[in-house]
Design a protein around this ligand. Structure first.
Ligand code: ATP
Ligand code: MG
Length: 198
């Protein structure tokens, strides 16, 4: 499961666990992005903060792990390079790339989108505010036979986003129960997401 994880929250964790159970996955590896090619409209937090928060969030689930491969790679992070690297590291494994509905809707802009599906399945999880309906029809012409490797999945709806958490922190609003407590503590301890003049 790829993401900026700035910060990781229960929407990510619930989606990952739902995918693990529904598709019988041996484990879910969270891959914090290094240098995303899709420019964000805000400065992304330093990679080590995002990596450590992700580690803190997954420690209580024996099936969850975190990979540094995008963080440690030079240059922009492209999903195709990541899935190829996982294929090399885990030659016999069946790989699934887990995304939320918003990320999958951007899929057509991804580098080598059809090729990605040669290496892994794609799980498109429901997310409040985004529609998954008609996804396969829209992608059919772009991915051909690989359309069978795209799977939609309903997950318990959690209208949580990292953007809203960052905003809440900067406004002094509570974030408790939106994300694991150690991550909340980490944010406070390191003064993340404060307004610049604070
Ligand atoms: P931001 O607001 O900074 O974009 P985010 O909450 O969207 O953060 P990302 O790190 O961008 O989190 O998302 C990583 C992956 O998790 C994406 O595939 C995204 O669609 C999915 N995701 C994030 N939040 C949810 C949620 N509440 N429910 C389902 N999927 C989610
Ligand atoms: Mg996002």
């Amino acid at each position: 499961m790829g993401g900026t994880f700035d910060p990781i929250h229960y929407g990510h964790l619930v989606t990952a666990e739902a995918a693990r159970c529904k598709f019988g996955l041996d484990c879910v590896i969270f891959v914090p992005s290094g240098h995303p090619p899709h420019k964000k409209d805000y400065p992304v937090s330093p990679t080590e903060h995002r990596y450590l928060m992700t580690v803190l969030a997954v420690v209580t689930n024996t099936y969850f792990d975190v990979s540094r491969i995008e963080i440690d790679r030079e240059g922009y992070s492209y999903t195709i390079d990541t899935v190829k690297q996982f294929r090399e590291m885990l030659p016999g494994a069946e790989l699934y790339f887990i995304t939320g509905a918003d990320a999958v809707l951007e899929i057509l802009s991804w580098k080598n989108m059809s090729e990605i599906l040669d290496y892994c399945h794609l799980i498109a999880a429901s997310r409040p505010g985004y529609q998954l309906g008609g996804l396969k029809n829209r992608l059919k012409s772009a991915v051909g036979e690989n359309i069978n490797r795209i799977h939609s999945m309903e997950v318990p709806a959690l209208a949580i986003s990292s953007t809203s958490i960052r905003k809440r922190v900067s406004e002094g609003q509570p974030i408790k129960y939106l994300l694991p407590e150690p991550v909340e503590q980490y944010i406070l301890k390191n003064n993340l997401y404060q307004k610049p003049d604070k």
